[in-house]
Design a protein around this ligand. Structure first.
Ligand SMILES: [Zn+2]
Ligand SMILES: [Zn+2]
Ligand SMILES: [Zn+2]
Length: 314
């Protein structure tokens, strides 16, 4: 699939994908004319749109690619993302930022960041704003004024020709503050508590349940297909303060779902959970008709999920 390869952001990203970036950024509807060219990185990661009109100068192949993505609901989605992914996102017009980031982009205060610092990503903004933050109650050497000569300010002046580093640090912080916690690398994340996913050796036909909420990898790992366009993903983070390291115990459990008359109106589904012979935790379950006000489809898949979910909360 073309779109999948286009959205492969890793080191093996095909050359044509970079050409496509430029074409998609150039062929935008008139409504996007106030989005500066230099900040248009990727319309799947930022809040500007590319043209989908057949009357536009968008190449036919790219039109087809974009429309296929729309048809199958391709977009970024997930409960939580690891620090590297958060930092690799473009900062300007960040797709999940508060819309006021669009005003910040266009104001003259951002010009130094865009043209002298060449600031592009969330991570670069986080690094630039870092001297403003107290770490363990200790303030960095940075003084909060334009004449500061701390190491950070000196380095910024030398590398970028910026004449007012403190001012630009504040602006970088302002940009980061438009990000909801789920997308803000400075915020507490599930990743902070998930520990290292244990490297259990698995036996045949055994799956090790992965309890982590965090999407790891690179930007390509953010994308999901068949998403529901009527559902807006939440921006809150679910931080579970569990510290699994050290005292994990491996439990082997067999689960299975089954359904009679699968696919028909008369379908009845159920599931089984097996720990060991005569184990009190063994269960057989009937799939309820309703759950939380939603009618459940009696199906094999629903029964399989019921079994897996129930054994997690015995
Ligand atoms: Zn300084
Ligand atoms: Zn500057
Ligand atoms: Zn099964």
């Amino acid at each position: 699939m073309w779109l999948k390869r286009y959205l492969a952001f890793g080191p093996n990203r095909p050359l044509w994908a970079f050409v496509a970036d430029a074409l998609l950024a150039n062929n935008t509807p008139a409504s996007e004319s106030n989005v500066p060219m230099d900040i248009r990185t990727n319309c799947y990661l930022q809040s500007w749109t590319t043209s989908t009109s057949t009357r536009s100068s968008q190449p036919t192949d790219l039109l087809k690619m974009i429309k296929t993505g729309q048809k199958y609901g391709v977009r970024i989605e997930g409960l939580a993302f690891d620090w590297n992914i958060l930092r690799d996102m473009p900062i300007w017009h960040h797709i999940s930022a508060d819309p006021k980031i669009r005003r910040l982009t266009n104001s003259s205060a951002s010009n130094c960041l865009r043209f002298k610092h060449n600031l592009q990503t969330v991570g670069e903004a986080e690094d630039l704003a870092a001297p403003l933050i107290r770490v363990n109650g200790v303030q960095s050497q940075h003084r909060f004024n334009g004449h500061c000569e701390c190491r950070d300010c000196t380095e910024i002046r030398e590398l970028t020709d910026c004449e007012h580093p403190h001012h630009c640090m504040l602006r970088a912080e302002e940009l980061l503050d438009t990000l909801p916690p789920k997308w803000d690398p400075r915020a507490e994340k599930p990743e902070d508590y998930e520990g290292n996913y244990p490297n259990f050796s698995r036996r045949q036909e055994e799956n090790i349940f992965d309890y982590r909420l965090t999407t790891t990898g690179d930007l390509s790992d953010l994308f999901r297909v068949f998403t529901d366009k009527n559902h807006t993903p939440v921006n809150e983070t679910f931080v579970r303060r569990v510290q699994p390291e050290g005292n994990e115990e491996l439990i082997a459990v067999a689960t299975d779902g089954s359904c009679m008359n699968n696919g028909q109106d008369t379908a009845i589904a159920g599931a089984g959970i097996y720990f060991a012979k005569d184990d009190l935790r063994d269960k057989s379950l009937k799939l309820p008709q309703m759950a939380g006000g939603t009618k459940l489809t009696q199906s094999n898949q629903a029964a399989e999920l019921l079994a897996v979910k129930t054994q997690g909360h015995p």
